[in-house]
Design a protein around this ligand. Sequence first.
Ligand code: NAI
Ligand code: MG
Length: 479
Amino acid sequence: MDLPSPQLAWIDGQPLPAPGGATFATVDPSTEEVLAEVARCGEEAVDTAVAGARRAFPGWRDLAPPERAGRIRAVARALAGRAEEFARLETLDTGKPLSLARSEVDGTVRYLDYYAGLADKIHGESIPLGPGYLNYTVHEPVGVTGHIVPWNAPLNMVGRSLGPALAAGNTAVVKPAEQTPLTALRFGALCREAGLPDGVYQVVPGFGTEAGAALAAHPGIDSLTFTGSVATGRAVARACADRIRPVVLELGGKSPQLVFADADLDTVAAEVAKGIFTNTGQFCDAGSRLLVEESVREALVERLVARAHAVDCGPGGDDPDMGPLISAEQRDRVRGFLARGEAEGARRLGPGPESVPGRGYFVPPTVFTGVRPDMAIAREEIFGPVLCVQGFRDEAEAIALANDTSYGLAAGIHTRDLDRAHRLAAALEAGYVMINEYFTGGIGSPFGGWKESGIGHERGLEAVHNYTRLKNVVVRVAR
Ligand code: NAI
Ligand code: MG
């Protein structure tokens, strides 16, 4: 693949080196080889990007909404036309299987189309005050929006927050993760070719503590959308607090999948395996805790361990079932949890380390049984293909176990009993509940976490209001 190095920032419709020409390397996690050097942006580059986005804002805001929609749709069509190229680039930079990268690029196209369709439907209401008054609300764009994006679904997450931000009439400055900057950067050039005005989409690649922190603290951004770890979420929320600036936080989880004895175990095994092994477990809503009714626990674990043995691990470009983790750091972190789980007395099942390629950041799919609620593996987000199994005797115990976590992002329920499914959906402390199919829903379904999993929602109609501010206008009409 044609990959010029260094890869430059994308600012005001042009590639731009970081001041002083500083760079960092992005790596292919399947091979551990450097793919390209990338501009290492800091405060100065972020300043330039924010200033450009500010200049571009009035022109973009003042386009007639159908025109703005058309411009976003043109970007969507351009991406759809080059979907394979972007999927291959994403696979190189993340190590994820090509089919998964393809579906994420397709999802990015759909985000853009979905929110383009909203651009001319962001309307307020009129409030009756009686004769002599007119009272109405307007949803205005906030201005320059900041987006700090993680590495687990890089371009897809750009699309998720960029779509509503642009549709509402804002401009955007995006800080991709240092592990995966390539697709967000190439998307800049694609936007220009598709006719998006310069400065509407700016990209400042770099490290979290440099470009990320500079963007979060910048006085020139009017909102911030962050997806990543709880610790970094706290840091960016503090920076936003200092400026009384709205922030959306999407911070991962420890999501349970609850399985009752009446469910079809073969179907459930497929859903549970999908929920934890897809993307090598690196999804914020990965179903990382299996809570299963005691009477079927052994039968389900047997099926899951068989599935773990059947997972074929390899370089993303070969389109295996499971690729590597994103980095040596994440691999070591997951290995640390595997060792800790064993040390704390849980039983580790599934293929051993010899089953995965020696080169690349691979870890084997793993199932832990004998997990107690106080163990680190039961409480902390592992962000790897590691499933922790706990049994329960009745509904009350299932609910107590499910809610015994500081997180509250997603939950899966598997049962054929409709009443029970809805009782549980009401009792679970999670922002997103899926019944009898994991990762179900999609772009139109509001997605956001409770508790330490975050603040606010992405996806769906409501997400557009992450990027608007409400104005109420009251008129005394003379008689
Ligand atoms: P992270 O939260 O540090 O990184 C996410 C993004 O934040 C990246 O773009 C990074 O450059 C940026 N960032 C880092 N420090 C920053 C700062 N001080 N100010 C502004 N931006 C900053 O996550 P990391 O270290 O890559 O992964 C650690 C753990 O976080 C994972 O093991 C996983 O548990 C969780 N995580 C959750 C994600 C989710 O989808 N909710 C995505 C990525 C990580
Ligand atoms: Mg990379």
